[in-house]
Design a protein around this ligand. Structure first.
Ligand SMILES: *Cc1c(COP(=O)(O)O)cnc(C)c1O
Length: 490
């Protein structure tokens, strides 16, 4: 038989099997499809049925009756209905994980955000005067009270805050910054690029490890619009180093009548040492040291929703608010509501660590986490079978998002290794990667990390133990053949 004859014969055979595919209407008449119409709407079900039939036709696979294709369509509809942005168990050991959404909000903030979503609110409305108000007013007073600054403004995130300050004071002028502070924050935020994008000319002074007052003095001139100090929050240079302290730099800035911005990054409103954590510069300290403007994030150590703050001199904040860019960077009512509620918690410092999830998780004692690991390790071991060994391990959690870069909180977790049995020796790495994938494919994905040949779940951020156990019910390690593990996020 020549090639054409073979092709013709195959096409004919295909045509006979395909003729057996049920019609769309026939599938729609099944009870399963009728129930799906109630849930998803008739149009969506018709589309799904067409798509599964088309896929079967393309694959030359006509096996199955109307009920079979109705079930396939329902499976597809359910899969597509699942939210893309969904809860996970963050067992990475990084409390403020940027990829997992950073800070968890306090219940008070959640309630305020929900209320703001449902109703009309006084977003830009002065109730007493009956006229237009300003959205920043809802948090301005609180921020002044908590930082000692004269005034404050809020934007989308801290990157936006830095961009707004640079664009307002250094556009078509020069921005002076130490070479030791030219940092990159994860997610492509690079200081030199932001400076250029804001329309400013970058003037680098000093060297990577040492910058002196005389370097700043040499860099400052007629065209200087802004002096920047950046808290190198995500790395530390150690050894032969010098930087000009904020207070001294503030003096230099004042003498030259140029504003000084201190970008704190995380910034915290309380002294973390009071909670037994390492000290991180507070916003109030940065204000007291004489910075004209201080910028910081809402969803890092502060423990609120994503936002960026600028606090400082009243005349300078007024200029920020007059920049048309402010309008493009402003926050919505939902986040403002959550921010106001979060900031109010700071008025009661004694109960702050209990109410604010970020601080509560960061201060969880290692003993408590270890006890939790002892309770859960046998449950996990039973689920994953004899080819893995499950143990309790001491580990170290990170704050994350750049805050306290070298500080690690002693923690505990579950460690899973390939069992020491002859049949399980080969492909250890692949086996762990596919086990890690099986955990990520659970209804609530469990995200840990792979380090030193073990899959580790740091339990510092595990609040709901019962939900964790219930979630394990559908764990099937044998079903996850495909491996796509990465070391950073296992
Ligand atoms: C995190 C960080 C930023 C960016 O803040 P976002 O709120 O993520 O936009 C800027 N500067 C420093 C020093 C930071 O640590």
């Amino acid at each position: 038989m020549d090639k054409t004859a073979v092709a013709n014969k195959a096409a004919k055979a295909g045509a006979t099997t395909l003729r057996k595919l049920p019609a769309v209407d026939e599938v729609l008449r099944t009870p399963a499809a009728a129930r799906a119409c109630d849930t998803f709407g008739r149009q969506a079900v018709v589309d799904a049925v067409r798509r599964v039939l088309a896929a079967a036709r393309k694959a030359g696979d006509a096996a199955g009756d109307a009920a079979h294709f109705a079930a396939a369509a329902c499976e597809r509809l359910n899969r597509e209905a699942r939210p893309s942005l969904r809860p996970v168990f963050n067992l990475t050991g990084t409390v403020l994980h940027t990829n997992l959404g950073r800070a968890l909000l306090a219940e008070q903030a959640v309630a305020a955000a929900v209320a703001a979503m449902r109703t009309a609110v006084t977003l830009e409305f002065d109730v007493d005067g009956g006229h237009r108000g300003e959205r920043d007013d809802h948090v301005r007073g609180l921020l002044r009270e908590l930082t000692g600054a004269e005034d404050a403004t809020v934007v989308n995130n801290n990157a936006a805050a830095v961009l707004l300050v640079l664009n307002t004071f250094a556009r078509d002028r020069e921005a002076v910054i130490s070479r030791g502070e030219m940092i990159e924050i994860g997610g492509s935020f690079r200081m030199p690029e932001i400076i250029t994008r804001a329309g400013a000319k970058l003037v680098e002074v000093g060297t990577t490890n040492r910058t002196h007052a005389k370097d700043y003095l040499a860099g400052i001139g007629e065209a200087t619009g802004l002096i920047l100090k950046v808290h190198t929050s995500n790395y530390r240079i150690e050894g032969f180093t010098t930087e000009v302290a904020a207070r001294e730099l503030a003096g230099i800035a004042r003498a030259h009548r140029v504003p000084l911005m201190n970008d704190l990054g995380s910034g915290t409103l309380v002294d973390l040492a009071r909670l037994g954590l390492p000290h991180e510069p507070t916003v109030a300290e940065a204000v007291a040291e004489g910075a004209d403007l201080v910028t910081f994030s809402g969803d890092k150590l502060l423990g609120g929703p994503q936002a960026g703050f600028v606090v400082g001199r009243k005349d300078l904040i007024a200029r920020l608010n007059r920049n048309p860019m402010k309008r493009a960077l402003r926050v919505d009512k939902i986040r403002l509501a959550a921010l106001e509620a979060t900031l109010k918690l700071y008025r009661d410092p004694d109960r702050l660590a209990a109410r604010l999830p970020t601080l509560r998780l960061l201060t969880r004692p290692q003993g408590e986490i270890e006890a939790q690991a002892r309770r859960l390790a046998p449950v996990v071991a039973e689920k994953i079978g004899v080819s893995f060994a499950v143990g309790v391990t001491a580990c170290a959690s990170q704050v994350g998002s750049g805050a306290l870069p070298v500080a690690a909180a002693p923690s505990a977790g579950i460690e899973i290794r390939r069992a020491r049995i002859p049949s399980a020796r080969r492909g250890d790495g692949r086996a762990l990667a596919s086990l890690s994938l099986a955990f990520r494919r659970l209804p609530i994905p469990v995200v840990g990390r792979i380090a030193d040949g073990a899959l580790v779940f740091d339990l510092r951020c595990l609040d709901d133990e019962d939900a964790f156990v219930a979630n394990l019910a559908s764990l099937d390690p044998s079903r996850s053949e495909r491996s796509e593990g990465s070391d950073a996020l296992a």
